[in-house]
Design a protein around this ligand. Structure first.
Ligand SMILES: [Zn+2]
Length: 416
């Protein structure tokens, strides 16, 4: 019988349990994001269109309440200003730190207006560089422009997971001692949770990653036990998944080499052994996605974290507007990822916005009409944007920031 270490995993981490899908970051970012100010202009113009009226959604700018749900980070202050400039109303706050959607604010918002226009999502800092910038940090002008994490909340929540994942990448070794089978030398704390006192546990999935333990043979020194480690034969499935174009086909050598970022999501689980659960699901709903966020080879992990979190919170938003209490109210909810850039020239933060989805719930309906990210781009790219109520120059301090959008040079690997 094949051995397994899955029995120690919480149910939500079991590789056999289904995890609802979230959007692929590389697909989403195969399209250029918008300057948030341009996005709002197009969004308001779209709401006035015949297409939306036909859905049963009545948009009267004099009656609609602009709402925001986003992190409290000051790098997102421009989002409030843009909504103010375009609508003439200060946006109602439906957000919490970390870009968490606050459904308890919904009753009050609907009390102010039965038509809510929502803009929200997670955010991520971006530092432009040639050939693709870096994610997860931003310069803070109030702190001598020193950089700090952005979104600080999401990065802090992921940091202990990142530390354990990086440690596993460096300390799981692969080698081929006798020129035949590839062997993995795995520290025992990555095989059974009791071997580590860290509350974050990373377990290599020996069912999938290996074909079984290496039997001890007195005449073969490489089969002799090393204190604190176990030896396994690596599965053909894992070896077949390694890109043969990689410069280091070093796993094929007699010298043990760290597994590095070949430790991908199919071959391990990572979880917080003290995470608060409700009904078997972590209260922090991104936790089951942590291994995908950390081990992606094609998407920078702070960006992937923001995309994942926006997906999860968008679900909470759409779920909350369907309840009977809000049946007569209408909602147009634009969800996306804010990309924050500190621009030296303007000496302020500028926000880009990559839409994740739009849901329109007309009054009287229980379910909303969903419009995908690809459709939003398709529709918006051919729209004449609405004009702001107040001059952007007066409210934001600048009219255009196209050079900031141009400085965004990320293209997902494989997408051009
Ligand atoms: Zn934040």
């Amino acid at each position: 019988m094949k051995q397994s270490n899955r029995i120690w995993l919480p149910a939500y981490c079991d590789p056999n349990s289904f995890l609802p899908a979230v959007q692929e970051t590389v697909v989403l970012f195969s399209r250029r994001p918008y300057l948030f100010q341009d996005f709002v202009g197009r969004a308001l113009s779209f709401l006035k269109s015949e297409e939306v009226t036909k859905m049963g959604f009545q948009y009267d700018p004099k009656r609609a309440l602009p709402c925001k749900w986003k992190c409290s980070d000051e790098s997102l202050f421009g989002v409030d200003l843009v909504l103010y400039a375009y609508t003439g109303h200060y946006p109602f706050d439906k957000g919490r730190i970390g870009g968490v959607y606050n459904e308890t604010a919904l009753g009050a918002a609907v009390h102010h207006s039965s038509v809510n226009i929502d803009f929200g999502g997670s955010h991520v800092g971006y530092v432009p560089e040639k050939n693709g910038g870096s994610y997860g940090r931003i310069a803070r002008p109030l702190n001598d422009r020193q950089t700090s994490t952005d979104c600080g909340y999401l990065m802090a929540a992921l940091a202990p997971f990142k530390e354990v994942y990086d440690d596993a990448c460096k300390n799981i070794f692969l080698f081929r001692p006798d020129g035949r089978q590839v062997i993995a030398s795995i520290p025992n704390e990555f095989l059974q949770p009791g071997w580590s006192t860290n509350r974050i546990k990373l377990l290599v999935d020996i069912e999938r990653f290996t074909t079984g333990p290496v039997p001890y043979n007195v005449g073969n020194p490489y089969t002799h036990k090393v204190a604190g480690r176990s030896l396994f034969y690596v599965s053909p499935e894992f070896l077949g998944g390694i890109d043969p174009r990689l410069p280091d086909q070093s796993f094929m050598t007699t010298e043990p080499q760290p597994i590095g970022n070949e430790l991908t999501a199919d071959y391990f689980s990572i979880y917080d052994s003290e995470a608060e659960l409700v009904g078997g699901v972590p209260v922090k709903r991104f936790l089951p996605y942590a291994k995908y966020i950390l081990s992606s080879k094609v998407a920078p992990y702070p960006l992937k974290a923001a995309v994942t979190s926006s997906n999860i919170e968008h679900n909470r938003l759409t779920d909350s507007v369907r309840v009977e209490e809000f049946r007569t109210a209408s909602f147009a909810s634009f969800t996306g990822v804010f990309i924050d850039i500190y621009d030296e020239k303007l000496d302020c933060y500028v926000n880009l916005f990559q839409p994740v989805g739009l849901s329109i719930k007309p009054a009287g309906k229980a379910r909303e009409i969903e419009i995908s990210a690809a459709e939003i781009h398709h529709i918006f790219d051919n729209l004449e944007p609405a004009q702001p109520q107040m001059s952007l120059e007066g409210v934001l301090g600048y009219e255009r920031a196209d050079h900031v959008l141009d400085s965004f040079s990320y293209r997902a690997e494989g997408c051009h």
